[in-house]
Write a protein of this length. Structure first.
Length: 386
């Protein structure tokens, strides 16, 4: 089957990390989420992939090109205005022929689950959705099923957790475009998957495959950290690259790009991934951290439960004590999440800065030496002592 991957969204709940990149290009396990999704589609038998792109689309198109590096043809459709996942799906109506797999580019998926969806579609000739049990809703909706038949899909669960949620993988046919077209006016509001799926369910044209295996919801920054740690735990242990000093301590559940440099007596603890050209100073300690390309971590810095964006500079003796934290996000208040902080691209923390749990620092922000950071620091802002 053809595979459509929806990768146009911004991922506002990860802002400001996604101000300059699509959410699917945020790394977990030291590789973009979208790369893992594409590999899963190929492992499940995809012969052709259509990527729906929009926000910062050049980063996706430059990375994946025409698919030569993955051994499968990749083409692109542009969603000019991000009006929701169902609207993004509508953009491929003229590009697909027959039933097709649909995946979310920001949602990791098991290849075996994709294969099960295809098998179910072939047995029923109905659009099919993957569902999984969860203690919290997702942006794609909660699902009520009767056997294999979907009765309802709602953005807000009506039951107490755990409940079934949309796992972000589907097989559709041409009926999906009629369901999308039935919703008007799309131009003035976001049109998510739940509304469209409910229309299919009302027509008795939607079945479900219940996934019992591992599933990872990547919505908030702490989800990225948890997913990253789990992926690293499942990997085979690798030898540290040549740039890691012989006196540095490197745990098993760590991923290091071959271009990293790690100084003497540094400690890289479980759940830590260092991207391309990252530099870590002497006696620094990193635990449960995602550090993106070109970042610099100073001597003696101690970072727990952090996401460090591209080209960020963390000065010497900076301390991020890590979670649990209480975080006020755009959609809710979250208590007791394991989240030390997020430092967006090109942020600069000078020496001796202390970061309270749950702090978010915007792109190009600067914190002077000895300052204490908490809450949200806007992009381009400067925090000074006194």
């Amino acid at each position: 089957m053809q595979t459509v991957i929806l990768a146009a969204g911004e991922g506002r709940r990860l802002g400001p990390l996604t101000d300059g990149r699509p959410k699917p290009m945020v790394p977990v396990g030291n590789r973009p989420i979208l790369e893992s999704v594409l590999d899963a589609a190929i492992d499940a038998g995809a012969g052709e992939v259509v990527l729906v792109v929009g926000h910062c689309r050049e980063r996706i198109q430059n990375h994946f090109g025409d698919g030569d590096g993955w051994g499968v043809p990749i083409s692109y459709v542009v969603q000019d205005h991000q009006l929701g996942a169902a609207h993004a799906l509508s953009q491929v109506a003229e590009r697909v022929d027959g039933p097709f797999v649909t995946l979310h580019g920001d949602q990791l998926v098991d290849p075996e689950l994709v294969a099960r969806l295809v098998d179910r579609y072939e047995a029923t000739a109905q659009s099919t959705i993957a569902v999984v049990q969860s203690d919290r809703p997702t942006e794609y909706g909660a699902v009520d099923v009767d056997g294999e038949r979907v009765r309802s899909v709602s953005a807000t669960p009506t039951e107490e957790p755990p409940f079934l949620v949309n796992a972000g993988a589907y097989v559709f046919d041409e009926a999906v475009f009629a369901a999308i077209d039935a919703a008007e006016p799309r131009e003035t509001r976001e049109f998510g998957m739940a509304t469209m799926l409910q229309r299919l369910a009302d027509d008795g044209a939607l079945s479900a495959v219940v996934h019992r295996g591992p599933w990872r919801d990547v919505t908030h920054p702490w989800d990225l950290l948890a997913t990253n740690a789990q992926l690293l735990h499942e990997r085979a242990t690798e030898q540290p690259p040549e740039g890691v000093d012989g006196t540095a301590a490197v745990a098993d559940d760590v991923a290091l790009d071959g271009t990293v440099a790690v100084g003497p007596n540094a400690s890289l603890l479980p759940g830590t991934a260092l991207g391309r050209n990252v530099r870590v100073g002497a006696n620094a300690t990193l635990a449960n951290c995602i550090v993106m390309a070109g970042a610099r971590i100073g001597d003696g810095a101690v970072l727990h439960d952090c996401i460090v964006g591209e080209s960020v500079e963390i000065g010497p003796n900076v301390t991020v004590e890590g979670g649990p934290a209480r975080v006020v996000a755009t959609d809710a208040v979250y208590d007791d999440v394991e989240f030390g902080g997020l430092f967006a691209d090109r942020a600069r923390l000078r020496g001796g800065v202390t970061v309270a749990p749950g702090t978010v620092v915007g792109r190009d922000a600067t914190a002077d030496s000895g300052t204490v950071l908490r809450g949200e620091i806007g992009s381009g802002e400067t925090v000074r002592r006194g």
